[in-house]
Design a binder for this molecule. Sequence first.
Ligand code: ATP
Ligand code: SF4
Length: 328
Amino acid sequence: MNLLEISELSVDYGVSGGTVRAVDHVSLFVQEGESVGIAGESGCGKTTVGLAVPLLLPRNATVSSGEIVLDGHSLVGRSEAEMNRLRWKSVAFVFQGAMNALNPVLRIDRQIREAITRHEPEVSKAAATTRVMEMFDFVGVSPTRAKSYPHEFSGGMRQRAMIAMALVCRPRLLIADEPTTALDVISQSQILALLNRLRRDQGLSLVMISHDLAAIKRVCDRVVVMYAGVVVEVGSSHEVLGTQGRRARAAHPYTQALIQAHPDLRGERTLSEGLRGHPPDLSTPLVGCRFADRCPKVMALCRTTPPPTTEISPGHLAACHLLSSGPS
Ligand code: ATP
Ligand code: SF4
């Protein structure tokens, strides 16, 4: 069963002199207990899709088309009061760089307890304190450290505290935006292990937004690859990104280039070619395939006609003229 279903979502940002269409008719779903990664270069619209779910978009953003259904509730157009009831209990969001967003003058246990009492006022202070301690234990921070101030925690511990805060009201879906960026490699690995444990032990559904394909491969069942505001490829992480011993079977030239730009430290040693050029300007009307200017396989058709989406194998889809049976 799908816990989250996003259909044909478009989001525009108002900027001086026009609008930026950050997300253009994006559709994706997350099943109960599933973990889905959203990958792509900076600026491709990953965060905007994530923020649209709990309706936490900035003021200059407009959802100009589409539907978001979470746990049977249609979300677009809901009032702030209605969304406040759903946030934290249905969906929680860990913001990019959130570990630096803890209030520096409040002890961490108090900040997490306040999240409970704000969203579940019926819970007594004693019960909230017990839950905070359990959460500390669960995310791997000793409850004896609960009364610390944020500056007394390392980056990895602050990220664990932020994850504890997001989970303390027991949401069904966690959206984590770049949860390992800015952490050292050991802390990165520990946070990814924690996310895997949350899924396994708590049945949590997860959307992980990340430019790090190795992190997505480790945590996510499926991957959604975005480029310049659109989805270009979807499939199981194993099939699209490969596993140890099985090569990646990414079908879209952009996903292939992304994989090439992320050398696998355990894999064969090849020179990464990187991705030349830049994504298109999203404030101008775009014609044809958005990747055409950077694509090594570009054809004349690509410059005039948007590519249709083709199913390569069950659940593995990509939008590229090379894959469609139409004119080429
Ligand atoms: P990053 O990883 O750098 O956050 P992203 O893939 O998450 O990138 P978004 O942050 O969703 O991408 O941005 C998508 C597009 O929308 C970009 O072109 C960005 O410049 C633009 N954008 C994002 N936020 C705003 C805003 N508040 N006002 C105007 N444009 C914005
Ligand atoms: Fe490249 Fe054309 Fe496929 Fe776009 S549609 S990815 S330009 S081959």
